[in-house]
Design a protein around this ligand. Structure first.
Ligand SMILES: Nc1nc2c(c(=O)[nH]1)N[C@H]1C(S)=C(S)[C@@H](COP(=O)(O)OP(=O)(O)OC[C@H]3O[C@@H](n4cnc5c(=O)[nH]c(N)nc54)[C@H](O)[C@@H]3O)O[C@H]1N2
Ligand SMILES: Nc1nc2c(c(=O)[nH]1)N[C@H]1C(S)=C(S)[C@@H](COP(=O)(O)OP(=O)(O)OC[C@H]3O[C@@H](n4cnc5c(=O)[nH]c(N)nc54)[C@H](O)[C@@H]3O)O[C@H]1N2
Ligand code: SF4
Ligand SMILES: [Mo]
Length: 723
């Protein structure tokens, strides 16, 4: 019905010249001028798109009016989804030391070099960095190939930059990485609390769902900046950066003091509340207001709104929480508020982490990096047996310890123990924290491989070997969105030149590594989907009840859990939230209150660097390192032409800077030049830069949450100078 991927056996001829034999190039089975449906490949909202074909190739996009996520709308990136595919800097052939080579040469080199390093220095000397921006099936193939096939121990993903905190927090508090909500909760809340989230810019279609709420909700935004979302809210609390933990404990104190607790729920379904209540007793309004910068009236009003909103308060958080030096405890402080007020498992409630990338949720369960396939634990022998049986991989090939985290892999590369790195669908030479140091480490490597759809990314330019990948629309597979909805996206374009779907690149590597026998069943994305379904049996993310791609398409996506036993029931609604029975995934089925003392952020203002630099998303038209959105003239018109530094008028006066003039932004690590935008959207003493410019992470201070090891991108000290 759509372009199908080639799924026959790999023969020697085919491997030598994959494009000639149609690998990844099989023509469409759709009528040449058909319309088909897909899921957007940018953010985790997971909007449904309609793709309109001409002569067998997609030429236009419109929103899908029937898809339950976006109901006929998309943001500008969705409308422009195809443009990125036509860019002139697409990687169209493998590049070895900058020279075009064929796949045979490239893959022999890849395997020879990786094997050489592993044989000489051990299996810990090579690592891979995966992504939340590939299809589920190819991401799983990568993790399985690298760990079970090639014998690597270490592999992490760009989801460490993004979702690691939510994962760690949920696992400890709920017993499994389980965001509980469904998007209908945006429409069914009486009070929505957004903490460190700017959905107007970063998740515009989720924000549309908030606008559909007919309950006249209170919308509360906690953000040091007056963002587009804060401007549209009914209450905005511009707290001091990284004072969220204190604020959340202060709210817990007031709720406990003033009768805002759902004691029945707490007693029946949680552990640790008494210790938590006694812990927060020192978070008096006086202390909390001094540390957050709020007035006592503001704090009291905030707490009262939550109390009045019970039982329909929902809490939503994103990177303002996840990227911090105490990120995990902050996320858990949000979870604690939802638990103590009984705001979980009911319509319009929840402690809800919004994901970032289109398949970040897929990566959390199936990348085989932090967790063994299907949300299992590498350290657990029973889990290894189960995944071995489900995949047909001999259990002795499954490592019994988890990987180092991303920053630890980079430290190991710096120390010289990791000598080869393979990056797939991520551009960390731009996006990783304290960039200059990161790039110095990359330059030390014996072997750097980058697999990307463009040959021009900051990371690809440093690579010894570039593997050219097909992009979204040029391959098929599934994504899992923020509300745990699995959506299917078809192939509607041919990839340019010799570029291949990541899926087929992994298949070829398995062949060249001589471990393809392990992956006999992994012949097509849908075949891999079936393997993954088996891995999820009896897990909270059970997918065993799904018939296959056709059913996913027909249902408008399917949320997990989707187990066999209950499938008749879930097919009736196709809208599920977790914990409706008050049972969590911990051994005693109770959610846990977890807490810790707040600590000051590692890099503070000082005389030399008197301002705090906050970073984040700039506009809805810009995506991360801009490799894709930067290719669209339409999107370019919606973004500023130059790098803008937001600063408050007081600071402008203090440093003698006028609106629209050039300003040097200097941190301990580097400096850059930006154009000053004097605005009341940032507080005095704070400045903001969007992450989309490739110099911004030269400024950022490298600090990590100790539990999730997620980088704390949003708190660095800087000073300004007139140019
Ligand atoms: N247009 C666009 N959309 C995107 C993306 C993109 O690049 N472009 N990326 C996607 C991805 S991967 C992600 S992870 C999401 C990110 O989505 P968001 O997290 O919503 O985006 P950010 O701008 O990084 O951060 C959100 C807010 O956190 C605030 N913040 C900073 N420090 C603090 C603090 O200490 N406390 C509090 N409470 N708030 C703080 C910032 O001022 C910012 O407004 O967006 C996704 N959607
Ligand atoms: N200062 C600061 N830095 C930040 C953040 C911040 O808020 N502030 N946010 C962080 C967050 S939340 C995130 S998620 C990261 C994102 O950081 P990255 O993951 O590095 O950013 P992207 O630009 O999305 O990189 C994706 C790469 O994959 C390529 N690509 C796209 N599709 C495909 C495909 O199908 N196959 C292959 N092989 N390649 C493909 C793209 O061309 C691009 O080079 O940035 C982090 N960095
Ligand atoms: S909101 Fe996200 S998923 Fe929807 S169209 Fe925009 S980028 Fe794509
Ligand atoms: Mo992200």
């Amino acid at each position: 019905m759509t372009f199908r991927e080639w799924d026959g056996p790999l023969t020697a001829d085919l491997v030598r010249e994959p494009a000639k034999f149609g690998l990844g190039q099989v023509p469409s089975r759709l009528a040449p001028d058909a319309t088909t449906k897909a899921i957007c490949g940018y953010c985790s909202t997971g909007c449904g798109l309609k793709l309109h074909l001409k002569d067998g190739e997609a030429i236009n996009v419109t929103p899908d009016p029937d898809y339950p996520v976006n109901i006929g709308t998309t943001c500008p990136k969705g409308w422009e989804a195809l443009t990125a595919l036509d860019a002139p800097d697409r990687a169209t052939t493998p590049l070895l030391h900058g020279e075009a080579v064929d796949w045979d040469t490239a893959l022999k080199y890849f395997c020879g070099k990786m094997r050489g390093i592993i044989e000489k220095h051990g299996s810990e000397a090579a690592a891979f960095i995966s992504t939340g921006q590939m299809m589920l099936e190819e991401m799983a193939y990568l993790g399985a190939l690298a760990k079970f096939g090639m014998g690597l121990i270490h592999g992490d993903g760009n989801t460490r930059q993004c979702m690691a905190t939510a994962v760690t927090a949920y696992k400890e508090s709920f017993g499994f990485d389980a965001p509980p909500f469904t998007y209908a909760d945006f429409e069914e809340s009486d009070v929505l609390v957004f903490i460190g989230a700017n959905p107007c810019i970063a998740h515009p279609i989720m924000w549309q769902r908030v606008l559909r709420n007919k309950r006249k909700p209170e919308v509360i935004v906690v953000d040091p900046r007056t963002t587009e979302t804060a401007m549209s809210a009914t209450q905005h609390y511009a707290i001091k950066p990284k004072s969220d933990l204190t604020l959340l404990y202060g709210l817990a104190y007031l709720l406990a003091r003033d009768g805002g607790i759902d004691h029945d729920f707490v007693k029946a379904n949680t552990t640790g509340y008494d210790a938590f209540a006694s812990f927060v007793s020192s978070f008096t309004p006086m202390r909390v207001c001094a540390e957050t910068g709020l007035s006592t009236e503001q704090l009291a009003h905030f707490a009262q709104t939550i109390r009045d909103g019970t039982p329909r308060v929902s809490f939503w958080w994103t990177m303002g929480v996840n990227q911090g030096h105490q990120a995990t405890r902050t996320a858990q402080a949000i979870i604690n508020l939802a638990l103590m007020t009984g705001n979980i498992g009911k319509p319009g409630t929840g402690a809800n982490s919004i994901t970032g990338q289109c398949n970040a949720m897929g990566s959390r369960l199936f990348s085989n990096t932090t967790n063994l396939l299907g949300g299992h634990d590498f350290r657990n022998a029973a889990h290894r047996e189960k995944v071995g049986a489900a995949t047909g991989i001999p259990v002795e090939r499954i490592p019994s310890r988890p990987s180092l985290a991303y920053d630890q892999i980079i430290d190991a590369a710096d120390a010289g123990t990791v000598k080869a790195l393979w990056f797939i669908a991520t551009n960390p030479s731009h996006s990783w924290i304290d960039q200059s140091r990161f790039n110095r480490v990359l330059d030390k490597l014996d072997f750097l491989v980058v697999q990307d759809i463009y040959c021009s990314t900051e990371t690809a330019k440093r690579a010894h070997l570039v593997l050219p990948a097909a992009g979204w629309g040029e391959k098929e597979g599934c994504f899992i969105n923020s509300e745990r909805r699995i959506g299917y996206s078809p192939k509607v374009r041919r990839a340019p030149g010799q570029a291949l779907a990541d899926f087929h690149i992994f298949r070829l590597i398995a062949h060249y590594w001589s471990c393809e026998d392990l992956f006999r069943e992994w012949t097509s994305p849908e075949a891999v989907f079936r393997v993954l379904q088996r891995c999820t049996a009896d897990q909270p993310c059970d997918l065993t009840g799904i018939e296959g791609y056709e059913e996913i398409g027909r249902c408008g996506g399917i949320q997990w859990p989707a187990a066999k036993m209950t499938n008749e029931e879930w097919r009736m609604t196709n809208e599920r939230r977790l914990f409706e029975d008050g049972k969590f995934f911990t051994p005693d089925k109770r959610a846990k209150f977890v807490f810790d003392e707040p600590q000051a952020a590692p890099e503070q203002r000082c005389e030399e660097f008197p301002l705090i630099l906050i970073t984040g998303r700039g506009t809805s038209a810009q995506w991360h390192t801009e490799t894709r959105t930067g290719k669209s003239a339409v999107l370019a018109k919606m973004a500023p032409e130059e790098l803008l530094l937001d600063l408050h008028a007081e600071d402008a006066a203090r440093f003698g800077i006028r609106d629209g003039t050039s300003v040097r932004v200097i941190s301990k690590r580097a400096q850059l030049t930006a154009t000053a935008r004097v605005t009341t959207c940032v507080s005095p003493g704070e400045v903001f830069l969007p992450m989309h410019d490739n110099q911004v992470n030269q400024l950022t201070h490298s600090a990590f949450d100790p539990h999730s090891r997620q980088p704390a991108y949003k708190h660095s000290a800087v000073r300004l100078e007139k140019v």
